[in-house]
Ligand binder design. Structure first.
Ligand SMILES: Cc1cc2nc3c(=O)[nH]c(=O)nc-3n(C[C@H](O)[C@H](O)[C@H](O)COP(=O)(O)OP(=O)(O)OC[C@H]3O[C@@H](n4cnc5c(N)ncnc54)[C@H](O)[C@@H]3O)c2cc1C
Length: 414
């Protein structure tokens, strides 16, 4: 039986970053996935490394928005009616975590972690020779209504307090950055220090190649074959059984598939999301991701075309795709930017793994020695993958962690 120091389950941006960080510290590491690196949720995101994020996504606070969502008129959100009873306890917790004071508390809790998001990516990008996939051109957020722009004042004040640069722009200022945008908005906020990725799959693959160059081994296998044998863990892979004293579980939205049989039930929900690429009309182009804040979608320039990413959908992870939000938001997207023909026949669907307090779980699994958890990164998995990799590697090797891991412990749900 092959033996390794550490087994990392899940080769998304989170698991791949963890495996790379462990290999950098001299451990023998196997990274196991049933598919290729970066082909799960990490394939389809908007590509924004959101180190400048302040407030987490929140439950809608105004009645009009709730009504639009309830009547399935909202472009930013959708749900499957039959799934609501199942997700109701999670939604209640999310509602409680969306109170203004708690959002600010989360902002303070997460700040030290977010502050390392870009530097930790930059370190891996440099050693993985992946700079060609990355842009340092910031992020532009557009607001169609005065009221929604005014609603960002508290967040901008908090950002200033954290030393984060935000620039408020008028329509001309925004169009100076992105001349292809039609003036259908009133205000813009520009975050100049945000970094974005033109091909999230290629970035994860580059990190995986670097991991292999350091001696790491990538294997195909089903994480659900994980068993405990005495003090060690064992898994079946296409290359035969593998044995390790340490296992890191980074299966994103699929993490409960392994944890529930081990008796670990943490309150994870998924916010499903979709993307589709479009060819731009004529010479229309974008130099950075653009958020249409009032309509709840993003346009991001990607290697494959202009990627339109949707907001959230509450539905069972494995229920058939229902990409109805495109019908609701495409008219808005087309009045903002010259979107031409779609590139793919059908939209891509992913599932953001989310805890209601907008924090991932990172650290030891309760009652399972040698098992470390690293999942639930929600809207920020691309952003926080490398920072998570560093934190997990520091925890596993007994080094001093660069952030206090306490807020990320699984025991917070007990
Ligand atoms: C539409 C959309 C837009 C987003 N935009 C952004 C953004 O701009 N910035 C940002 O930071 N985040 C964004 N996110 C969130 C981000 O994509 C996720 O948080 C992140 O990809 C999660 O990474 P992960 O490694 O935890 O999970 P995954 O990438 O899903 O990796 C989990 C891996 O586990 C593997 N796996 C599953 N089951 C098994 C099994 N039984 N055996 C073996 N392997 C298994 C899968 O194949 C997969 O490779 C977005 C998400 C969506 C859906």
């Amino acid at each position: 039986m092959a033996r390794t120091d550490a087994l990392v389950l899940g080769a998304g941006i989170v698991g791949t970053s963890i495996a790379l960080h462990l290999a950098k510290r001299g451990l023998s590491v196997a990274l196991v996935d049933r598919a290729g690196a970066g082909e799960g949720t990490s394939y389809g995101n908007t590509g924004i490394i959101e180190g400048n994020t302040i407030l987490p996504h929140a439950f809608p606070s105004d009645f009009a928005t709730l009504l639009r969502i309830a009547f399935k008129r909202a472009p930013e959100a959708n749900y499957h009616l039959a799934f609501l009873p199942q997700v109701a306890p999670w939604l209640a917790a999310f509602h409680a975590w969306s109170r203004p004071a708690r959002l600010v508390e989360t902002a303070h809790t997460m700040r030290p972690f977010f502050a390392r998001a870009v530097p930790e990516h930059e370190a891996l990008i440099a050693e993985a020779n992946a700079a060609q996939h990355v842009r340092k051109t910031g992020w532009l957020k557009l607001f169609r209504r005065d009221r929604s722009f005014a609603g960002t004042a508290r967040e901008r004040d908090l950002a200033a307090g954290f030393g984060i640069t935000t620039k408020t722009l008028d329509v001309d200022g925004a169009r100076a950055l992105e001349p292809a945008l039609e003036p259908v908005f009133q205000h813009a906020i520009f975050l100049p220090d945000v970094v974005s990725v033109s091909n999230p799959l290629a970035l994860t693959r580059a990190y995986a190649r670097r991991f292999e160059a350091l001696g790491g081994v990538m294997l195909t296998g089903d994480a659900r074959t994980l068993t405990r044998d005495g003090g060690r863990w064992r898994i079946a892979t296409d290359a035969g059984p593998l044995d390790a004293s340490q296992v890191v579980l980074a299966l994103g939205p699929w993490s409960p598939d392994v944890l529930v049989p081990l008796g670990i039930r943490l309150p994870l929900a998924v916010k499903r999301g979709y993307h589709r690429h479009f060819r731009p009309n004529g010479n229309a182009a974008l130099g950075r991701p653009v958020l249409d804040a009032d309509r709840g979608y993003c346009l991001a320039p990607m290697a494959q075309g202009i990627r339109l990413t949707t907001g959230v959908e509450f539905a069972a992870r494995d229920a058939p795709a229902t990409p109805v939000q495109f019908g609701r938001l495409l008219p808005s997207a087309r009045e903002l930017f010259g979107l031409g023909e779609p590139v793919e026949a059908v939209p891509w669907m992913g599932a953001r793994p989310c805890f209601a307090d907008s924090r991932p779980v990172i650290g030891p699994a309760p009652g399972q020695p040698g098992l470390c958890l690293a999942y639930g990164h929600g809207h920020w998995g691309l952003t926080l993958g490398p920072a998570t990799g560093r934190l997990v590697a520091e925890l596993l090797t007994g080094a001093t962690p660069f952030v206090d891991p306490t807020p990320f412990r699984a025991e917070r749900f007990e």
